[in-house]
Design a protein around this ligand. Structure first.
Ligand code: FES
Ligand SMILES: [Fe+2]
Length: 400
């Protein structure tokens, strides 16, 4: 039987259906994009002391960032030079050096090989230890945030990669803020659908009609900063957000009235940032499979000090009432019918849950051979094309 021909997509939808469902595309992104891009790994405050480490995946490249004795950061391929196990998991401290659990090869913090047990078994190694250090990767910092690149000599430095992003960043300094408990959700959708939704300014009126209020979507604008996207929209009524907000956290120092709206960024390829008067949230969308992703959130607020309770006598009460409002995305969980989950997300004001439901609904539609993206909004969805063009720079026009 002939396969039905899909309708012609909007020419500004640059990626084919296969980009969202194909294993070949997924594999290519892992090696051509994620193993070459600067990726968010954590904050400098995650690894304050010598020997503190942070392990992270760059596509399929396991990397580890290690705080050196002199305070600098170094990044390595997190693979033992003996039989190749992944050395370190998660976060921790290896002040005494990195010792492989398998046969106890031992590395200094700078990645050089310190020694191997039963040295007589490895005459070539002992004679030429300098050749068996951990393979280098690249690490950089911006505003207290650590970025890592699997390539020891990336085509662009972190400074080149970020370009003018630092000029437009605003007053948020995550490493100086207080971190709320981290959370993560799994999304049954390709990672690009979550990012494309993140840079879509059109759905704010519709999908988030009830969950996102008090912002003037008509006055939204975005700018391209290199491959990155920076968005801002003001409050609908100037000065209303601090009064209206349900979680009455203290304002972050330096966030002036102009920033009382919503500042939202996307650092290519998979980092989302949302910032307001009281918070900064960073999320990373990690591809797990063509149709499955993990979204990990870290949220930062001003450290609350005694003065804040003096300034706002209702603060203690509102903090108590806010418990449970911070695990974004959870309102969409469970086996309830789709419409009920959508309603629960709107009622909870859980716009992340709404985004998850939308991305998953597109992914289900992508199963159809007749799937095609229709006309995109001229302005409010233009950033989707922008994102896809940047992706093509890494993946090419390759169509599987
Ligand atoms: S694999 Fe690491 S010491 Fe053998
Ligand atoms: Fe959204």
């Amino acid at each position: 039987m002939p396969v039905p021909r899909p309708p012609k997509p909007d020419p500004r939808q640059l990626l084919p259906r296969d980009a969202y469902v194909g294993q070949d595309w997924f594999d290519r992104e892992q090696t051509e994009l994620f193993a070459r891009a600067w990726l968010f790994a954590g904050l400098v405050t995650d690894v304050p002391a010598p020997g503190d480490y942070l392990s992270v995946m760059a596509g399929r490249e396991p990397l580890v960032i290690v705080r050196q004795a002199d305070g600098r950061l170094a990044a390595f391929l997190n693979i033992c030079r003996h039989r190749g196990v992944v050395l370190l998991e998660g976060r921790g401290n290896v002040a005494a050096g990195i010792s492989c659990f398998y046969h106890r090869w031992h590395y200094n913090l700078d990645g050089s090989l310190r020694g191997v047990p039963q040295a007589g078994q490895f005459p070539g190694v002992v004679a030429d230890k300098a050749r068996f250090g951990l393979r280098a990767a690249s690490v950089g910092e911006f505003n207290g945030m650590i970025f890592v690149n699997a390539d020891p000599a990336p085509a662009e430095t972190l400074g080149q990669w970020l370009g003018r992003v630092p000029d437009d960043w605003g007053p948020w300094r995550p490493a100086e803020l207080f971190e709320l408990p981290a959370s993560a959700i799994e999304v049954a959708a390709n990672w690009k659908l979550f990012i494309e939704n993140h840079v879509d300014g059109l759905h704010l009126w519709h999908l988030h009609a009830r969950s996102v209020q008090g912002l003037d979507h008509d006055r939204q604008y975005w700018v391209a900063r290199g491959r990155h996207w920076m968005f801002y929209e003001p409050e609908s009524v100037a000065g209303s957000i601090p009064e209206r907000r349900t979680i009455r956290l203290p304002a972050i120092p330096g966030v002036d009235a102009l920033r009382y709206g919503s500042s939202v960024y996307m650092l290519f390829p998979n980092i989302g940032i949302a910032a307001g008067v009281t918070f900064l949230a960073i999320f990373v969308v990690t591809p797990l499979a063509p149709d499955r992703s993990r979204v990990s959130f870290r949220t930062f607020v001003k450290p609350i000090v005694v003065q804040d309770f003096i300034d706002d006598p209702g603060l203690a009460e509102s903090l108590g009432a806010s418990a449970g409002q911070l695990s974004l995305g959870s309102a969409a969980a469970g086996d309830a019918p789709f419409a009920d989950r959508l309603e629960a997300a709107a009622r909870a004001g859980d716009f992340v849950a709404e985004d998850k439901l939308a991305a998953e609904a597109v992914q289900r539609a992508l199963g159809s051979r007749r799937f095609a993206v229709g006309p995109l909004a001229s302005d409010y969805e233009a950033a989707i094309t922008f994102f896809q063009r940047n992706l093509q720079d890494f993946i090419g026009d390759w169509s599987g």
